[in-house]
Design a protein around this ligand. Structure first.
Ligand SMILES: CNCC(=O)c1nnc(C(C)(C)C)o1
Length: 313
């Protein structure tokens, strides 16, 4: 990855009566624009993600999605859907005077990138996607009801701990009740447990620094509330919508590189493979010694290789 850099510009963009987004620009002011879609949803932009791009070549656009990071109101679930975020991407693009841009995203960021590209294919130069996530019911069931639970049984016990036995047959719904509770203690305890489940399972070798992130009240509250809100609403999409052949055919002309960890238990390889089967033209990599995180060495290396390859398009 490229060395850490600081933004040369930051700003706030009012995108509705309720929501204002935080954004930042880094790299080259006259560079090739790239939009980075953060994970979660609700995780907020990560400054380390700037390092996936050659700063002399790219104008790197990071922003916090509705309710995430420095965007306000924090953790707000009103007017917060996939399609609001797709519209926000266009608002940010127009605000920055960008005609077309590269689009980069992992996990939920891959979801939003696919949804945006299918809605606005004429605005997307290339796609670099990691840990493919399309919010199908089967994907959500694997991670939040039964699947990953068999690989991380001890962490699964911690995840189920806040939920009464009688409610554990529908974990996402049970967490929704606690994450939207008016009782602060209930809400924060649930938010930390929800966030920790994802942090513990995101890398092949558990990363204590990532787990510590889940202990940050403000971050965990936004991450957990917004993720759960999208998931109990199936991402505000038909099941499998992003993989429908007629949706894929809208973007098949766009150069696309997919990087997937073989041992990704958050967004298992089955979805990346399903994308490859409906979009055979994509450059497709499965990293044999990686989990979900973009920081896995093998994943990071291939993501940078892809952005270097697309830098002059
Ligand atoms: C189910 N959520 C997958 C996702 O988008 C995601 N996984 N990790 C993250 C963070 C990097 C934001 C923690 O986001």
């Amino acid at each position: 990855m490229y060395p850490p850099i600081e933004p040369y510009e930051t700003g706030k963009l009012k995108v509705s009566e309720l929501h204002t987004l935080y954004y930042e620009l880094s790299g080259s002011k006259d560079g090739n624009p790239v939009c980075l879609n953060a994970g979660g949803p609700g995780g907020g932009a990560d400054e380390q993600d700037r390092s996936f791009f050659n700063p002399t070549k790219y104008k790197i656009v990071l922003f916090d999605q509705r309710g995430a990071g420095k965007s306000t109101p924090t953790a707000c679930l009103e007017e917060n859907t996939t399609w609001d975020l797709v519209k926000d991407l266009e608002r940010v693009r127009e605000h920055l005077g960008v005609d077309k841009w590269h689009v980069f995203g992992g996990s939920w960021g891959s979801t939003l990138s696919l949804a945006y590209a299918q809605a606005h294919p004429d605005r997307v130069k290339t796609l670099v996607l990691r840990g493919i996530f399309t919010l199908r019911k089967s994907e959500l069931k694997f991670f939040y009801q039964e699947g990953a639970s068999h690989l991380f049984p001890e962490a699964w016990d911690d995840f189920t701990a806040p939920i009464p036995e009688a409610e554990r047959h529908d974990m996402m719904l049970a967490y929704h009740a606690q994450l939207t509770s008016v009782d602060d203690e209930t809400r924060i305890r649930a938010a930390k447990a929800w966030s920790k489940w994802e942090m513990v399972t995101s890398k092949l070798y558990v990363d204590p620094k990532q787990i510590a992130h889940a202990e940050e009240d403000v971050w965990a509250n936004a991450f957990a509330r917004i993720e759960n809100h999208y998931f109990v609403n199936d991402g505000f999409m038909r099941d499998g919508q992003l993989l429908d052949q007629q949706e894929i055919d809208k973007i098949r002309h766009i150069p696309c590189t997919v990087v997937q960890g073989r041992y990704d238990v958050v967004c298992p390889a089955t979805t990346a493979w399903a994308l490859k089967k409906v979009w055979p033209e994509i450059e497709f990599h499965i990293v044999p010694d990686a989990g979900h995180s973009s920081r896995e060495p093998g994943i990071a290396a291939l993501l940078v290789k892809a952005t270097d390859k697309y830098a002059d398009i």
